[in-house]
Design a protein. Sequence first.
Length: 75
Amino acid sequence: KYPDSVLLVRVGDFYELYFEQADDIGGVLLGLQVVDKKFRNGTVRFTGFPARSLLRYVEILVGQHSLSVALCEQF
């Protein structure tokens, strides 16, 4: 719905991306490994990075790819 925006969700000491953003942004733009996480009766595509690396990844997303970044702290 918002192709120029990214939602980073804080889970413990990591920021995670889910579904299409995991593949398109995390996998392609950031070069992160994308995996399937078991959830209830199915799986969810996700990727993530350590919270201590937030500034580095936000600089890539905003500076190199002109994306807007929204942070959800402790989901």
